[in-house]
Design a protein around this ligand. Structure first.
Ligand SMILES: Cc1ncc(COP(=O)(O)O)c(C=O)c1O
Length: 379
């Protein structure tokens, strides 16, 4: 049998590799982005209740109406934007499926899609699986976007720009002026914008999240992608949603219905109840800011140099005063010899840029962070 891989260069993701290495070497796992603490028992009770009440069959293809209605209210109060739950919101199997369905619906052979490195690992293969051409632009030294460079890279084939704020892996955020620049560019060159906002609630130091949904002109050509996995500490439940104007949503659903058809029913119903209470997500920035600060305090006095994290649950640190070895090697050594697993950020770059920086996930219990800090201070 002749097999021709469409994405032959794609191997096992670094997250799987590092998590396995952490397990094999009994290391503290600050590599993959997931919490190591329990989710709120109230959501578990709700899921349980809906299962027992018999809500165990297919949900409607775009998502449970009750959940979409609550999401519309959240979008209105959070971003001052009215969206129609029937035609502008689709519940997906995690943000990953939103991203894949959007790209499948709109990107075809030869379409160019601009993305910024370091970039989340699903964007590039999703574009290529659909015949598109990823155009990687490196972020600036401080993990911002040089919009003049973006203008210079746009061609007749450019169809979409993907942004991610708060940003994985760097923890940087886009400002209002960034979004206004993007709005200008998207309008001028008639581009679509895929805005990955899974860390919308994990934003620190009193700064407001700049969603594309806050900007009416930009929102008219954008897909805003969110994840309950991040917001409610339940990454394993794989539930997210995408908000886009009706015309665009109709196309997303054409893809979505053949990727998963619909997302699991009892969790959608439980999320609808849970999301009705703003207290369940409003305090999240403070909660994770405390964890960031706790971790920073734990590594104070070590030779690792933190790079400011303004959002997400990641903290970058430079180890350039400790070693000049490549970041992949450093991450491996740190896991095997010192028992703390991290992610080398060169893997998020198409050109493997290596600035001797590692990413640590601080979505962990204080005892986990304290133990990691003790080891890192000793290096
Ligand atoms: C930037 C970014 N986008 C998307 C995702 C995927 O989210 P989900 O688990 O909801 O599919 C992640 C998960 O780590 C992420 O960091």
């Amino acid at each position: 049998m002749r097999i021709e891989s469409k994405i032959p260069d794609v191997g096992t993701s670094i997250f799987t590799v590092m998590s396995k290495m952490a397990l094999d070497h009994n290391a503290i796992n600050l590599s993959q982005g997931f919490p190591d603490f329990m989710i709120d028992d109230a959501i578990i009770q709700l899921v349980h209740r809906y299962m027992r009440e018999g809500h165990n069959q297919y949900a409607p293809m775009p998502g449970a109406p009750v959940l979409r209605t609550v999401i519309a209210e959240v979008v209105r109060t959070s971003f001052n934007r009215a969206v129609d739950p029937d035609t502008e919101i689709t519940i997906t199997s995690g943000a990953t499926e939103s991203i894949f369905s959007v790209i499948s619906a709109f990107i075809g052979r030869g379409d160019e899609v601009i993305m910024f490195d370091p970039s989340y690992d699903s964007y590039d293969p999703s574009v290529r699986l659909n015949g598109g051409i990823p155009i990687h632009i490196n972020m600036t030294e401080s993990f911002g976007i040089n919009w003049d460079e973006v203008r210079g890279r746009i061609t007749k084939a450019t169809r979409m720009i993907i942004i991610n704020t708060p940003h994985n892996p760097s923890g940087s955020i886009l400002s209002e002026s960034d979004l206004l620049e993007l709005e200008n560019i998207a309008e001028q060159f008639d581009l679509l914008v895929l805005s990955d906002e899974v860390y919308e609630r994990l934003i620190f130091d009193g700064v407001a999240h700049q969603s594309v949904l806050r900007f009416p002109v930009l929102a008219s050509r954008s897909f805003a992608v969110f994840s309950f996995g991040k917001t409610f500490h339940a990454t394993g439940w794989k539930m997210g949603y995408v908000v886009a104007p009706a015309q665009l949503t109709a196309e997303i659903r054409r893809a979505h219905q053949f990727v998963v058809f619909s997302v699991n029913t009892p969790i959608q119903l439980a999320m609808a109840d849970y999301l009705r209470e703003p207290g369940h997500y409003r305090g999240l920035g403070k909660f994770y800011q405390q964890k960031r600060d706790f971790f920073l305090n734990e590594i104070k006095g070590s030779s690792f140099e933190p790079i400011p994290s303004r959002g997400s649950y990641f903290q970058l640190v430079s180890y350039r005063t400790i070693s000049s070895e490549p970041d992949v090697q450093m991450a491996e050594r740190l896991t095997k010899e010192f028992k703390v697993a991290s992610i080398p950020i060169s893997v998020f770059y198409k050109d493997s840029t290596d600035r001797n920086i590692l990413r640590f996930c601080f979505a962990k219990k204080e005892e986990t962070l304290a133990e990691a800090g003790r080891i890192l201070r000793g290096l």
